[in-house]
Design a protein around this ligand. Structure first.
Ligand SMILES: [Zn+2]
Length: 61
């Protein structure tokens, strides 16, 4: 089995013991983000450039 215990918010790196994490599946990969940073994903996905590969091409909702 693959080991996937690196659950942490892709923005602030908080882990699941600190904050509730929401799973993101994007381009075949799994990422995690905390509620505090979900608005960035929704409104300013370009700000995730470098954190989420391809985020700069995402359209703000
Ligand atoms: Zn976060």
């Amino acid at each position: 089995m693959e080991k996937h215990d690196e659950k942490h918010c892709l923005v602030c790196k908080s882990d699941e013991n600190t904050v509730p994490l929401v799973r993101l599946d994007y381009k075949g990969k799994t990422y995690w983000i905390c509620p505090q940073h979900i608005p960035i994903l929704i409104h300013n996905p370009a700000n995730l450039e470098g954190l989420l590969p391809g985020a700069e091409n995402m359209q703000a909702g």
